[in-house]
Design a protein around this ligand. Structure first.
Ligand code: AMP
Length: 353
């Protein structure tokens, strides 16, 4: 899926200037990280709108503190009611499901959306994403020609979500047996510990860990549980043979060696500063998916240019936000806080374009 950007920064800026800055709302699709986004907005005193199918509504009503103040009921969550949202002074917060459901339509959506929507194009296109990572000076796994597979490789389906359908292959023969004629990427299999640091880049704040014109914050780190590879030892101990698969099922909190924090913050800073040069910046949340090897070297295989589901682990703040904020700070709340700060300073254009 290619997201073509048809809405100019000027159009979004004009829309924003018609907003009542004292009555801003936060909207998102009821899925992925919505409970956290609504909960965080509530803690910052911002009203919320959930775009939701009738059937999903009861799930959100089961969690009163993560429930939006109002619902817009839709048949198809991929059809974002842009006009209605704009009339309600709403800022859309993109998350994984929103990007997946709305897809290409995001490029022409006349509705202010947190962040730089150009960045979604750079995360979707694997070639662009690797250009972004490499230009940031971050090590990446080698991309291998199927005919030259000479080591364990992970084969990734184009546009696959959450690792579904991925497979490890060891030879060209094994590759062609499963993926002949398919649109896939073959990547060297990285051996080590997976670590997914969650960052927030604020162009509005100048203290802390400086990056570009503001600062980058480490909000948390997670590791995923993927089926069936993450329970492989049980399967093996039960004497069963299996083919490793990578479908994401859940997330767990990770706290890393303190001596690695410098590297982690450094990667965040370079990704921010490279985004500035390549496509005009990345305000707001993002995540770098990495594997750390036995020599404590980081290798990155993906960037998510938006809030990731791993942040759902800490709605009351993480082991890293505890040292940055007096109050419990989730990623959802950090987003709401930034919108509030930008509105107050008349700088919404710096975080929404
Ligand atoms: P992705 O769709 O790129 O987020 O990948 C889904 C999952 O596949 C990751 O969370 C990893 O567990 C695994 N994975 C992806 N790329 C690699 C790689 N190059 N080496 C080892 N595991 C990988």
């Amino acid at each position: 899926m290619l997201i073509r950007m048809n809405v100019s920064r000027k159009t979004i800026s004009e829309l924003l200037s018609s907003y009542d800055r004292k009555k801003l709302k936060i909207a998102t699709i009821c899925s992925h990280t919505a409970l956290q986004i609504f909960h965080g907005a509530r803690e910052e005193g911002i009203k919320t709108i959930g775009i939701c199918t009738e059937e999903r509504r009861k799930v959100y009503e089961a969690f009163p503190l993560g429930c939006p103040d109002e619902f817009i009921i839709v048949d198809d969550p991929g059809k974002i009611p842009a006009e209605e949202l704009a009339e309600k002074n709403a800022i859309l917060v993109p998350h994984g499901s929103l990007v997946e459901y709305a897809g290409e339509k995001l490029g022409s959506l006349k509705e202010p959306m947190l962040g730089n929507r150009e960045s979604l194009q750079w995360e979707k296109d694997r070639e662009k994403m690797f250009k972004w990572l490499s230009a940031s000076g971050i090590q990446v796994p080698a991309t291998i020609d199927p005919d030259k597979i000479d080591r364990p490789c992970v084969v990734k389906l184009a546009g696959a979500k959450g690792g579904r359908g991925y497979r490890v292959v060891n030879s060209p023969e094994e590759f062609y047996e499963h993926f002949e004629g398919m649109n896939v990427t073959v990547q060297e299999y990285l051996i080590g510990v997976r670590a997914y640091p969650h960052y927030f880049y604020s162009p509005l704040t100048k203290d802390g860990y400086r990056a570009s014109e503001g600062r980058v914050e480490l909000i948390g780190i997670d590791r995923r549980f993927e089926s069936n590879i993450d329970e492989a030892y049980r399967t093996e101990m039960a004497g069963l043979s299996f083919t490793p698969s990578f479908t994401v099922v859940g997330n767990e909190l990770l706290v890393m060696r303190e001596s690695l924090l410098g590297d982690i913050l450094g990667m965040g800073k370079s990704v921010v500063e490279t985004a500035d040069k390549l496509f005009g910046g990345i305000p707001g949340p993002f995540c770098i998916e990495t594997v750390v090897d036995e020599n404590l070297q980081f290798f990155a295989f993906e960037i998510s240019a938006r809030i990731v589901a791993g942040t759902n682990i800490y709605p009351q703040g993480s082991p890293y936000t505890a040292y940055q904020w007096e109050e419990p700070m989730s990623m959802g709340r950090r987003i709401a806080r930034e919108i509030k700060l930008a509105a107050k300073a008349g700088k919404l254009n710096k975080i929404i374009y």
